[in-house]
Design a protein around this ligand. Structure first.
Ligand SMILES: Cc1cc2nc3c(=O)[nH]c(=O)nc-3n(C[C@H](O)[C@H](O)[C@H](O)COP(=O)(O)OP(=O)(O)OC[C@H]3O[C@@H](n4cnc5c(N)ncnc54)[C@H](O)[C@@H]3O)c2cc1C
Length: 413
């Protein structure tokens, strides 16, 4: 049986970082990946553009979006922070650019560039990589881990890093194996839940307008009519509901609210102006086209693809002349622009979740080294840990930082 200093399970963002940096520290490292290629999930991040970090360079501010668990990430962020990540990729030939909300992307907009850098990094660091190799079980020897049983044989090591990701987008290889192993070795696992998901709506018409981006809109989420969350930014309708960054970021709160009552979303398509000002705009448009059919008068106010839907929802006869639109009809129209009510029927599950909330409890990991408090030669990195944040590059930064810390700690052991 072959033996190594460090075995890393899972070649995603966290695993490739952990393996590469452990090898750079002089450890003999084996990286095991069940897919035939590394980084399947990286390739689909940021709609194929990979929002690889967030430009917020102050670790104390960076952790805020992670909520109460964020503090645990501080040591890892100080060890390998935002500037280190940006330097890592830029020095390896991937120039970066910063977009809205500090989102950092490769300037060429290709997640494949990020993955290629990582594969090269791992190879050049001297990591032995075995793909198409599924770890089936971890074998304990007393209170320590001794070996892994895989689809391609048994491998022993002094130390092990679990970087198997969460449960979201299972087709990328994430089937929650790390949670089961951690639980069996005595770790508490905070119940995994799908997070950053699209929301399902009762409105059947969403499929008609699903390819259209709603830019600069405001969505207010209400529980039994009372607002509880509000976001401004980008969204889009999906086949059965609504998604996009601002919806994903509210989805955990929406999931909680659904347990308590009726949840609706108020969509304001014109948030830059108040209702009264927009009513004035509507009146001017209608006056300008007074002898035109109403059906041909909305071009200046709405994208073309949305007009048929709006005409239908307004209930106004499209052939009616603009000059005969009543005040009541104009108020209905105003309501559609400024407060279109959408009825939430549920949230999407793991299959379409950007991230898994929950995971190996922070209480069972020494977050200064990423070492398990239950098994002394076991380390964790990445999404498998109970840390998650909204969209914006935070989740991948968590993987880089914890991957680096787990790799260097395991190698230094
Ligand atoms: C559609 C989508 C878009 C996203 N976009 C962004 C974004 O733009 N920015 C951002 O910050 N975050 C984004 N995320 C979240 C981010 O991708 C994840 O947080 C991150 O990739 C998790 O990395 P990881 O290394 O922890 O796990 P993963 O990338 O999931 O890697 C785990 C690896 O372990 C392997 N594995 C699992 N079990 C075994 C086993 N038993 N044996 C061997 N190998 C195994 C898997 O095959 C997989 O390759 C996105 C997620 C999704 C789904």
């Amino acid at each position: 049986m072959k033996s190594y200093d460090v075995i890393v399970i899972g070649a995603g963002a966290a695993g490739m970082f952990a393996a590469g940096f452990a090898a750079l520290k002089g450890a003999k490292v084996l990286l095991l990946e069940k897919n035939r290629r590394c980084g399947a999930k990286i390739l689909i991040t940021g709609k194929g553009r990979c929002n690889l970090t967030n430009s917020e360079a102050d670790p104390r501010k960076f952790i805020a979006p992670f909520g109460k668990n964020g503090k645990a990430l501080l040591t890892a962020l100080y060890a390998f922070g935002v500037a280190d990540v940006m330097r890592f990729f830029e020095e390896r030939g991937v120039p970066l650019k910063v977009e809205r909300g500090g989102r950092v992307f490769p300037a060429q907009g290709d997640a494949g560039d990020v993955n290629r850098v990582l594969e090269k990094f791992v190879a050049e660091a001297g990591v032995e990589l075995l793909t198409g190799c599924e770890v089936k079980d971890l074998a304990m020897e007393g209170d320590r881990l001794g070996a892994v049983q895989t689809s391609r044989g048994r491998f022993a090591a002094d130390r092990f890093i679990v970087a198997t990701g969460g449960l979201s987008y299972p087709e990328t290889g994430c089937t929650g194996d790390g949670y089961d192993w951690a639980a069996r070795c005595g770790h508490r696992v905070v119940t995994p839940e799908p997070a950053l998901v699209a929301v399902r709506l009762r409105e059947a018409w969403t499929a008609e307008v699903m390819d259209f981006n709603l830019k600069n809109v405001r969505i207010t989420a209400c529980l039994d009519g009372k607002p509880f969350e509000e976001r401004f930014g980008e969204a889009f309708f999906t086949r059965g509901g609504i998604g996009g960054p601002i919806v994903l970021d509210m989805s955990s709160a929406i999931r909680d609210a659904l347990k308590k009552g009726e949840v609706t979303l108020n969509l304001d398509l014109k948030p830059a102006v108040d209702a009264q000002t927009f009513d004035g705009r509507l009146q001017r448009e209608l006056a300008e086209h007074s002898n035109r059919d109403f059906g041909n008068s909305l071009g200046a106010l709405l994208p073309r693809d949305m007009i048929p839907l709006f005409l239908r929802l307004s209930g106004i006869d499209p052939q009616k002349k603009c000059h005969s639109i009543t005040r009541q009809e104009r108020q209905t129209l105003l309501g559609l622009f400024k407060a279109l009510t959408l009825h939430v029927s549920g949230c999407e599950g793991f299959a379409k979740a950007i991230i898994t909330a929950g995971g190996v409890s922070l209480g069972d990991i020494d977050m200064r080294t990423m070492r398990s408090k239950k098994v002394p030669n076991l380390f964790f990195a990445g999404e498998v840990i109970d840390l998650h944040a909204p969209t914006g590059g935070y989740n991948l930064q968590e993987c880089w930082s914890t991957g680096f810390l787990a790799g260097t700690s395991a190698a230094a052991d």
